[in-house]
Each structure stands twice: as structure tokens, then as C-alpha cells.
Design a protein around this ligand. Structure first.
Ligand code: TPP
Ligand code: DXP
Ligand code: MG
Length: 644
């Protein structure tokens, strides 16, 4: 202990113990009491960090002790520690040599908000989406076994993420392989919102089953005692007794049936219990699941009291009270998600066939408004995007109008369901695709960079993108009442331009764009909010002597070819702008059409690069990908100048 804190007295260290931990190996020298002090410093660091930078919060606070215990018992990076989602990995980053860089967390060119293999050898697997950890761990264990190595593999998955079908698929496979993997179930009864579903009920019952827990403690203590004092045969005998008791009482039977030995539940905030349990786990050479009970937001009262709110924070709060310390700014413009959520409730209150579906994202999609207003027609299916889509298809087949509100990046999960279960049957399912385009600090795992491309290939699907908030209201109405088959509306994270919202809904002509600025010579065709960016760009081009035509194309499918014809007749140069990959999206469709119909017209497409875009503020990222008005106008001037 002494060498860990011996710094000159004149420079008090904010984190005396943490400052001396350069790798998890340093933890192994510490006593139990010191580990507890390390945990306290980690918690303090996470609170300070998020109060400044923003970021995911409650989940990291909930796994402070678990992370300390894991790095104390296991030998990362040789042993592989796989975090599901990865939004809880701040303590892991702190303990694996990144304390000094934590201030850069989620900032442009700084640390990523999720584990990243390129950042540290301790980050065993890149994450951001839920329910992948057990599959990845199973693959790592198979690689280890094939290569004849001996490292341990641990997956840590939350109760919310365990509701994802992939997690079940992985357990079903892994349990049967008999491979040495530890799955830690971090059960806090929360996803972002409270967990839902039969599994949640099952876990609650398991946790509350006092008789079983008393017997389990007895057997557990006996095993520990016997491990120390007598040999393998007696240990096996005790395991058999334990199995017998379990079989009689059936807790953990779900996991046991899949081929896992079930242990727990144990207190996930007690480092002594955790290290003891993990040492036991290390000695077992088959699939096992350790059920750990934690509190999301542990140690920061506001976050414990309102767990959904503190799942993540924008930062700028007082570390004692949680109150916002930023000077109050202008009243915020409504977010796209709010405009959507409110409009949907307005329509659903009048139309009993409208139903709403979320895959564990009621607050992020603003479907919480629907949940409160019409709970019987709102379904939170858990982190289960694939199921959500086919469930929507079933609702549509049964005569209802389902609206699945989902982040663009998470819809990637359900592509087959969208094609096979919805589009192929021409079912009237509405996909409200939020977080389309760049999302900022969450980075490449969360940017909605591909939806225009992957939706473009799906027959029968109508795909639209509002240029502002009022258009979103009207497009929602259009999708519900003017379209009879599958339909998608994609809109971005955050607020729009603050467009005036009209009470009445006006249908948008399907497949028709609108002219935003009359002009000639060069046409800027934007889709979604990039049509506003096209207008800003036009202002810069005008200052440089051009008179651009600007169109908000509104629809990816059906494409407004009449508007493209009009642009091609008036202009020699056509520019497309979209916040989506340049591959396969809006620009591709326009270029294909021009190639066939107007081969003499020059066309250039701007969008996200054929690469994964990093994390950072929106302004930084727009500049990086060249989608800010200044970069666009520069590139368009160069393009237009090259007439020859
Ligand atoms: C496929 C996918 N869908 C949705 C999300 C959004 N999401 C991030 S964390 C989270 C809740 C995870 O709950 P749990 O695994 O229990 O972890 P906890 O937040 O409770 O620590 C959700 C729904 C996601 N990351 N990935
Ligand atoms: C980890 C995760 O997937 C979510 O917490 C996500 O970061 C939320 O994003 P928004 O902040 O855009 O709702
Ligand atoms: Mg949880």
C-alpha cells in the first residue's frame, strides 16, 4: 500500500490509488480493503468524468466492484473479458492504463465511449450494440481450444441485453460445446428503461427465492471449505448435492437446461463475495453463468433514484446534487423524436388501428409518450429488433397499423425480417427510423450511415426523409394513410431547424420532391435534412456568383424522376447530398437514372465516405466527412469549374 500512495505531500493526488495502477497486474498486490478504496476512486472518477464530458453513466457506476474484482482475479489481456454493449466499460478503461486519457472520452480523436480493440489489448472485442458478448466469447473460446491455449474467456452481459435473440442463440450453442466460458449476468432489472418480458420475471423470482438462496449459501460455503481442505472427489460429491438441491427447487433451470452451471445470485457490490465467486469460477472448465445483482447508478443518488434518466448524461451537472449547472440557454427546439412521438399519439388517439412497437428504446424514440397515452397499444418487446419487425408484420397481417420506432443502426439487425416478413408480403408496416445519419459522440457503432443504402434494395418499400420537423408530421400522416404497403421515414438525432408546426396534417404527394430555391446551371438535390444543408451551401455558392437550383427530393423510393428531368433540363451539373454512405443510397439512384436518361449531364454525389466515421461532435464530424456547407460549396465550385 505504502508505495502506491507515496507521492510528494505538496501535490495531493485526486486518485492516489488509481494513479498507481497502470495495468490490472497492479491490482493484484492490493488487499481487500485497498480494492474497496480503488472501487471508491473509480466511482468518483466516473462521476467527475461524466459530469464534464457527458456519456453513459448508470451502467458503469453499477459495475464498479464487478470490474475491480474481475481484473483482480482474471489476467487481462491474456484472459479475454468481453463487455456486452460496452456502455459500462469506463471502469475497465480506467483500470487498464487509460486513467490519464479518460478526459478525452467520446471526444474527437479521443478515447471511444465503447471498448475498441485498436485502443487497447485489454479491449477484447469492439461493441456498441447489445447481445453480442456471448457469441464473441464462444468464438474466442473455440479459437483457444483449437489452438490448444489455456486463457480464460468471460462475457459480461446485462439482463436487458440477455433479452436479445442473439444471446439466446449463443447460449444454446455454447452450452452444448462444453467449452470453458464464464458468462456473468449483470442483473439490475433495467435496460435503459425497466426491463421487460418473461425473462425479467424469471430473474426476479430467482433473486427472491429465499429458500434456495439459504441452501445455496450452505452448499457454496461447503464447496469453498472443501476446495481448501479436501480433494477432487469430495468436491464432486458436493457439486452433486448442490445439483440435487437445484434440481429439486429448479432455480437457474433455464440456464442449466441450455448446458450452463448456474451460480448465484450474489451481491455485485461486495468485492469480497465477488472475488471469492470469481476464483471459484476460474477453476471450472465448462460453461457457467454467475448471476450478479447490481444497482444501476450505484453510489450517485440521483442516478439510483431515476435510473432511465441517468442511463446517459449530456454532462454539465453538479456532482453532489445532479442538478444542471449550465447557464439556461434559449428554450430548446423540439427534437425530431419528440415531434414524431407527439404526432403519433395525436393520430393514434383518433385511430384505434395504430399500434406502436419499441425494442427497449421507449425514451430514445419518444414512444414513452404513446406508452403513457395508450398503453394497451404500445409494445416494448425488449432488445429484440428482429422479433419487433416480424411481430409488426403479424400485427399488420391481423389488420392493425404497426409503427416500429427504431434507431437506424439497430434496424440493421432486422434486415431479413424487413425483407422476408414485411416487404415480400407487402404488409403495411411503418418503420420510423430515428438517429439516421451521424449521431456524434457514440461514433461508428451508432451512426445511422447505411439505411438509405440497405432500404434502397428492398422492393415495394416506400422510403422518405423529412427536410424539417413539419415535413416529419406530414410524412407520418402520409405513411399511415396514403401508403398501403411497407414504408419507412428516416430522420436524425436531435433538433431540427425549429420549423413551425401546424396542427393539421397535410399529406405529401408520394414520390414527389419540392423546389426550395429556383436557379439554373447547377442543381443541388438533397434528401432529408441535407436539403437544408443544400440551401445553406447554395447561399455560399450565390456569394461566389452561382445561381443554384435547390430541391428537397423527399423520397428515395419512389424516386422523383420528373424532378430530376427538370433539373437536368435546366442545369449542366447536378449534385446530390445525403447523410448516408455514398455507396448504394440516394446519390447512386440519381446517378443511375441520369446515366440512362440524361447521359450528357455531369453529376457528383456527396455523402458519408465508404468507411466507418469516428466519434466526435457533429460539427467536427461534418467537417471531417466534408458535409458542412463550406466544404460542400468548395467542392461544388471545383466540380462546376471543371466544365470541360
Ligand atoms: C441492438 C441494440 N439495441 C438497442 C441498444 C440500445 N441500448 C443500449 S444499452 C441498452 C440497455 C442494456 O441493458 P442491460 O444490458 O441490462 O445493461 P444496463 O444498461 O442495465 O447496464 C439498450 C437498449 C443497443 N445498444 N443495441
Ligand atoms: C449504448 C446505447 O446504445 C444507447 O445508450 C445509445 O448510446 C443511446 O443513444 P442516444 O443518446 O442517441 O439515445
Ligand atoms: Mg440491466
Amino acid at each position: 500500500m505504502a508505495d502506491l500512495v507515496s507521492t510528494p505531500a505538496s501535490i495531493p493526488l485526486a486518485y492516489p490509488l488509481l494513479s498507481a495502477i497502470h495495468s490490472p497486474a497492479d491490482l493484484k498486490k492490493l488487499s481487500l480493503h485497498e480494492l474497496e478504496l480503488v472501487a471508491a476512486e473509480c466511482r468518483k472518477k466516473v462521476i467527475e468524468l461524466v459530469s464534464l464530458n457527458g456519456g453513459h453513466f448508470g451502467s458503469s457506476l453499477g459495475v464498479v466492484e464487478l470490474t475491480v474484482a474481475l481484473h483482480y482475479v482474471y489476467n487481462s489481456p491474456t484472459d479475454r473479458i468481453v463487455w456486452d454493449v460496452g456502455h459500462q466499460a469506463y471502469v475497465h478503461k480506467i483500470l487498464t492504463g487509460r486513467l490519464a486519457q479518460m478526459e478525452t472520452n467520446r471526444r474527437y480523436h479521443g478515447l471511444a465511449g465503447f471498448p475498441k480493440r485498436s485502443e487497447s489489448p485489454h479491449d477484447a472485442f469492439d461493441t456498441g450494440h447489445a447481445s453480442t458478448s456471448i457469441s464473441a466469447a464462444a468464438g474466442m473460446a473455440a479459437a483457444r481450444d483449437l489452438a490448444g491455449r489455456k486463457e480464460k474467456v468471460v462475457a459480461i452481459i446485462g439482463d436487458g441485453s440477455l433479452t436479445g435473440g442473439m444471446a439466446f442463440e449463443a447460449m444454446n450453442h455454447l452450452g452444448d460445446t462444453k467449452s470453458d466460458v464464464l458468462v456473468i449476468l449483470n442483473d439490475n432489472q433495467m435496460a435503459i428503461s425497466p426491463s421487460t418480458g418473461g425473462l425479467k420475471n424469471y430473474l426476479v423470482n430467482l433473486t427472491l427465492n429465499k429458500t434456495y438462496n439459504r441452501l445455496r449459501k450452505f452448499v457454496w460455503d461447503s464447496i469453498s471449505l472443501l476446495n481448501n481442505e479436501i480433494g477432487e472427489t469430495a468436491k464432486q460429491a458436493v457439486h452433486r448435492i448442490e445439483d440435487g438441491i437445484k434440481a429439486a427447487l429448479t432455480p437457474g433451470a433455464y440456464f442449466e437446461a441450455l448446458g450452463f452451471r448456474y451460480f448465484g445470485p450474489i451481491d455485485g457490490h461486495n468485492i469480497e463475495q465477488l472475488t471469492k465467486a470469481l476464483r471459484e469460477m476460474r477453476q471450472l472448465h465448462h460453461p457457467k453463468l454467475l448471476h450478479v445483482i447490481t444497482t444501476k447508478g450505484k453510489g450517485f443518488k440521483p442516478a439510483e433514484d431515476n435510473q432511465p434518466k441517468w442511463h446517459a448524461s449530456a454532462g454539465g451537472f453538479d456532482i453532489e446534487t445532479g442538478k444542471n449547472i449550465n447557464a439556461p440557454g434559449k428554450p430548446a427546439k423540439p427534437k425530431y423524436q419528440e415531434v414524431f412521438g407527439e404526432a403519433l399519439v395525436e393520430l393514434a388517439l383518433k385511430d384505434p388501428t395504430i399500434t406502436a412497437i419499441t425494442a427497449a428504446m421507449p425514451s430514445g424514440t419518444s414512444l414513452d409518450l404513446f406508452q403513457q397515452a395508450i398503453p394497451s397499444r404500445c409494445f416494448d418487446v425488449g432488445i429484440a429488433e428482429q422479433h419487433a419487425v416480424t411481430f409488426a408484420a403479424g400485427l399488420a397481417a391481423g389488420g392493425f397499423k404497426p409503427v416500429f420506432a427504431v434507431y437506424s443502426t439497430f434496424l440493421q439487425r432486422a434486415y431479413d425480417q424487413l425483407i422476408h416478413d414485411v416487404a415480400l408480403q407487402n404488409l403495411h408496416v411503418l418503420f420510423a427510423i430515428d438517429r439516421a445519419g451521424l449521431v456524434g459522440e457514440d461514433g461508428p457503432t451508432h451512426h445511422g450511415a447505411f439505411d438509405l443504402s440497405f432500404l434502397n434494395a428492398v422492393p415495394k418499400l416506400v422510403v422518405m426523409a423529412p427536410g424539417d420537423e413539419q415535413e416529419l408530421r406530414n410524412m407520418l400522416y402520409t405513411a399511415l394513410y396514403e401508403v398501403k404497403g411497407p414504408v419507412a421515414i428516416r430522420y436524425p438525432r436531435g433538433s431540427g431547424s425549429g420549423a413551425t408546426l401546424h396542427k393539421e396534417f397535410t399529406p405529401v404527394p408520394v414520390g414527389k420532391g419540392r423546389i426550395l430555391r429556383e436557379g439554373k446551371s447547377v442543381a443541388l438535390l438533397g434528401i432529408g435534412t441535407m436539403s437544408q444543408r443544400a440551401l445553406d451551401t447554395a447561399a455560399l455558392l450565390e456569394a461566389a456568383g452561382l445561381d443554384p437550383l435547390v430541391c428537397d427530393m423527399r423520397f428515395l423510393k419512389p424516386l422523383d424522376t420528373e424532378m430530376i428531368d427538370m433539373a437536368a433540363e435546366r442545369c449542366t451539373h447536378i449534385v446530390t447530398i445525403e447523410e448516408n454512405s455514398v455507396i448504394g443510397g440516394f446519390g447512386s439512384s440519381v446517378v443511375n437514372y441520369l446515366h440512362r436518361a440524361h447521359p450528357g449531364v455531369k453529376c457528383i454525389s456527396f455523402g458519408l465516405p465508404d468507411d466507418f466515421v469516428t466519434h466526435g461532435s457533429m460539427e467536427e464530424l461534418y467537417r471531417e466527412v466534408g458535409l458542412d456547407a463550406k466544404s460542400l460549396s468548395g467542392k461544388i465550385l471545383a466540380f462546376y469549374g471543371n466544365k470541360g
